[in-house]
Design a protein around this ligand. Structure first.
Ligand code: LFR
Length: 471
């Protein structure tokens, strides 16, 4: 009997349930259900609507079962760093505050006063992003110390959703590393960092690696769906799942393109050299204790926000067309400036930035979109140079994966600015990587090499070559 695995992949702007099935060494993928996601404001804080997300997951599972498919297993991945705290009775003590909320403003500096930046990097190998869990927890410690004292369990978003499915509490490894609280060598919570920040060790759960079979659904859910299935941990950090599905990893730089652009390489060992720290590269934990040596780039969030600012009057593909038509316009903003993390208006922020840097101010939607795409491409090019500088080697190819790889104009732009071959696909890399971990846990695939060969055979990859520069 061939096995069916359900991947729940939730990103900052949408979630989906994808059914994967391996037949004749071909991986087949079918979309079961898709839903929107966005931040909501609760008591003045940007949050995730965690109850709705779980309700959407349940709707998706029901659709799958009603369609007559009995999944053997299910696994959930989401973005990283965000968490909830539970009390002794497993009740929520906190909202699911989103990492773009301003609560971490100034926290990084406060943490550095207790633990020098270099020491934190040497221990964790994690890049400095103002929203990392460590800074979110430190913020909570200042604003609501009593909540932290009452907390019996710290669960990251996918951990919590897995807990709702099974009643079991663990912290999945790949996502745990994104907290900047995991010791890279020991692969466990760093007790000295926690002690120094006055955060209790006891609320942290056992760290479980991807491919762990967590257990079955709760009795209540079995009754609700009329069916049971195993819950298997994928790389619950979406980027960890996406990179597991990069077809030919050894020779290529990957660019996981979605709300964020994550650009880097896979590596067997963490690299926390002075140069890596200087360029702010991360060593996030991956499947089989491989590392994702990468950097975050602001990504398609910028265009999502631009689209929203124009009241969704233009679709993404219309914005691409308008950008193409605005070929006479040119300005570059530093996309990684924190000012673009959650501005009141992305369009106004981009315009202000161009004004402040004495560049032509974009006025039409096409000019604004062109500024975003050109600026992203320039920042990818810079990152490629940094990666090659840190690692002392050059790469011939960039593999763009994720929803963003459908943007043909951007793919060509990346090929042109980096002067490298761009391979685009698979689009659903994250769901595929999630399914691959489940199939490995169920004994259907041996290892990640085999999984990647199967991914390469199963999904279309489109190639783009650099166009000659005209002088
Ligand atoms: C991408 C991602 C990135 C992480 C950011 C915030 O979806 O997971 O890897 O840095 O979201 O969690």
């Amino acid at each position: 009997m061939k096995k069916h695995c359900l991947a729940v992949d939730i990103g900052a702007s949408s979630g989906r349930l994808m059914l994967g099935c391996l037949e004749n060494r071909q991986l087949e993928l079918k979309e079961i259900y898709r839903f929107e996601n966005q931040m909501i404001q609760l008591d003045g804080q940007y949050c995730w609507d965690i109850d709705r997300l779980f309700a959407e997951i349940k709707t998706g599972i029901s659709r799958c079962v009603q369609a007559g498919v009995q999944p053997d297993s299910i696994g959930i991945d989401t973005w990283a760093v965000d968490f909830v705290l539970l009390d002794e009775q497993d009740r929520l003590l906190t909202k699911a505050v989103a990492y773009r909320d301003a609560r971490t403003d100034g926290m990084m500096e406060k943490v550095f006063r207790r633990i020098p930046k270099e020491a934190l990097y040497a221990k964790t190998g994690i890049q400095f992003l103002k929203f990392n869990t460590i800074y979110q927890l430190y913020s909570l410690k200042q604003s609501e110390p009593e909540t932290l004292e009452k907390a019996a369990a710290f669960l990251m978003i996918p951990d919590y959703l897995h807990f709702l499915l099974t009643g079991k509490k663990v912290n999945e490894y790949t996502n745990a590393t994104s907290t900047q609280l995991v010791n890279a060598k020991e692969k466990n919570w760093d007790e000295a960092i926690l002690a120094e920040l006055g955060i209790s060790r006891s609320m942290f759960q056992q760290i479980a690696p991807p491919k762990t079979i967590l257990g079955n659904l709760t009795a209540e859910l079995v009754k609700e769906f009329g069916s049971d299935m195993q819950v298997v941990l994928p790389a619950t950090h979406d980027t960890g799942s996406a990179v597991a599905a990069v077809p030919d990893h050894g020779e290529t730089i990957y660019l996981s393109s979605g709300t964020w652009s994550l650009i880097g390489v896979e590596s067997a060992e963490p690299n926390s050299t002075a140069k890596a720290l200087d360029y702010n590269y991360t060593n996030e934990g991956g499947i089989d204790y491989r590392y994702r040596f990468l950097k975050n780039i602001m990504g398609l969030w910028m265009i999502q926000e631009v689209k929203r600012n124009y009241h969704d009057h233009y679709s993404f593909s219309e914005l691409v067309d308008l950008a193409r038509e605005a070929s006479d316009y040119s300005a570059i903003v530093n996309v990684n400036d924190d000012r673009f993390l959650n501005p009141v208006s992305m369009v106004a922020e981009i315009q202000d930035c161009c004004r402040e840097t004495d560049q032509p101010v974009p006025t039409s939607p096409g000019e604004v979109a062109k500024c975003v795409y050109d600026s992203l491409a320039v920042s990818y090019q810079q990152a490629v140079e940094e990666i090659e500088d840190i690692l002392g080697k050059t790469y011939a190819k960039i593999n763009v994966i994720g929803g963003g790889c459908q943007n043909e104009m951007l793919n060509q732009l990346i090929a042109d600015v980096t002067n490298k071959e761009v391979n685009a696909g698979p689009v659903e890399a994250t769901a595929i990587g999630n399914i691959v971990a489940q199939l490995m846990a169920l004994g259907e695939m041996n290892d990640i090499e085999e999984a990647r060969a199967i991914v390469q055979k199963s999904f279309a990859i489109k190639k783009y070559f650099p166009r000659q520069k005209m002088n």
